[in-house]
Design a binder for this molecule. Structure first.
Ligand code: IPM
Ligand code: MG
Length: 366
């Protein structure tokens, strides 16, 4: 029996609710394959700060280090609640970024995917969506402005100032770009390299390295696309994109726009991959406003499980089965209140009913 240790970090807000549904899916997969998932839950996020004084406790770090994969829910609080936590211990700065750095998960895969049949979720017109949106955004996750040196102070004119640095070396760029080229080889062999070389020196180096790595992938066509124009084109003609690669901050912004063109960040799972570690998380926040109401859609969390099955456990068929099961629930006309408007003709179900329907679609496939 193949044993896999998974550390689960349910997180804050809707995290625990959507995590429960993801666990149901893991149990089904375990039940019908030669695999045993050893699931251990650990504190992470604002809840961990309130319970143990730190949003990323040492005990959690140790469990993460000893696991084969990590499944993480969203973390964070609303504005008023966040104010109760010292700035550097808030979950974003105190937990997520240290987790990424600690595990060196430099490659963030964010699929922006909407089959034709679900086009009604999108704010874009059906003629723009055509046969469906199917993009993989690949975001560098442990460098750039997020992790550069920061300085805050008062300058010699007596004015408050701030300085943040955007730093990459050629190895950091080459490793993420290589990941993107490999992805292209599995798909349409077209890479959109997103940059801002008309202003930023970091993009000049980035593009140089892209050109160098491209030598190893002569079959892949590379298209250089300025980031601001890419934002427009994602709305006007998203179907031209297949694999997109970009630095950390560009990726944060464009991937949220990706959620926007699908109709919701709730449709955005993600995978964060390093050479020796991997963790999986929804791209969205913890939605404290709808917490505990059993209305959040677990798609992004279950989708993160699907990505884990493929990328950490090499279970591609089961991964596809999970995606198909979720699509089947939507195409049967069901959805949750967070994704759908009242009177839209959708049969509204709760978070756990959605999970149950995914399970029955999944089990009826085999
Ligand atoms: C994301 C999030 C994080 C980021 C925040 C919560 C720190 O927005 O994963 O996209 O900026 O990377
Ligand atoms: Mg973001």
């Amino acid at each position: 029996m193949n044993k896999q240790k998974i550390t689960m970090l349910p997180g804050d807000g809707i995290g625990p609710e959507i995590m429960r549904e993801a666990v149901k899916v893991l149990k089904v997969i375990e039940g019908r394959n030669d695999v045993q998932f050893e699931l251990t839950e650990a504190a992470f996020g604002a809840n961990a700060y309130f319970d143990c004084g730190h949003p990323f406790p040492d005990e959690t770090k140790k469990l993460c280090d000893a696991s084969d994969a990590i499944l993480k829910g969203p973390v964070g609080l609303n504005y008023e609640e966040s104010e109760k936590i010292p700035v550097d211990l808030r979950p974003e700065r105190g937990a997520i970024l240290p987790l990424r750095k600690h595990l060196n998960t430099y490659a963030n895969f964010r699929p922006v995917s909407l089959p034709k049949g679900l086009a009604h979720f999108s704010p874009l017109k059906p003629e723009i969506i055509g046969e469906g949106i199917d993009i993989v955004m690949i975001r560098e996750l442990v460098g750039g402005l997020y992790f550069g040196e920061k300085e805050v102070g008062v300058n010699d004119k007596g004015l408050r100032y701030v300085k943040e640095t955007l730093e990459y070396d050629e190895v950091q760029i080459a490793q993420i770009v290589d990941v993107a080229f490999k992805q292209c080889m599995k798909r349409k062999k077209v890479l959109h390299n997103i940059h801002k070389n008309n202003v930023l020196k970091s993009s000049v180096l980035w593009n140089e390295v892209v050109g160098e790595v491209a030598q190893d992938y002569p079959e892949v066509e590379v298209k250089y696309q300025l980031v601001d124009a890419a934002a427009t084109l994602l709305c006007l003609n998203p179907c031209q994109f297949d694999v997109m690669v970009m630095e950390n901050m560009f990726g944060d912004i464009l991937s949220d726009q990706g959620g926007g063109i699908l109709g919701s960040l709730g449709l955005m799972p993600s995978a964060c991959i390093g050479d020796n570690n991997a963790y999986y998380e929804p791209s969205h926040g913890s939605a404290p406003d709808i917490r505990g109401q059993n209305i959040a859609n677990p798609y992004s969390m279950i989708g993160s499980v699907a990505m884990m099955l493929e990328l950490s456990f090499d279970m591609l068929e089961e991964s596809k089965n999970v995606w198909n099961a979720m699509q089947a629930v939507f195409t049967d006309g069901y959805s949750t209140a967070d994704l759908s408007k009242p009177n839209s003709g959708v049969k509204m179900i709760s978070t756990d009913e959605f999970g149950d329907r995914v399970i029955s679609a999944l089990t009826s496939q085999s």
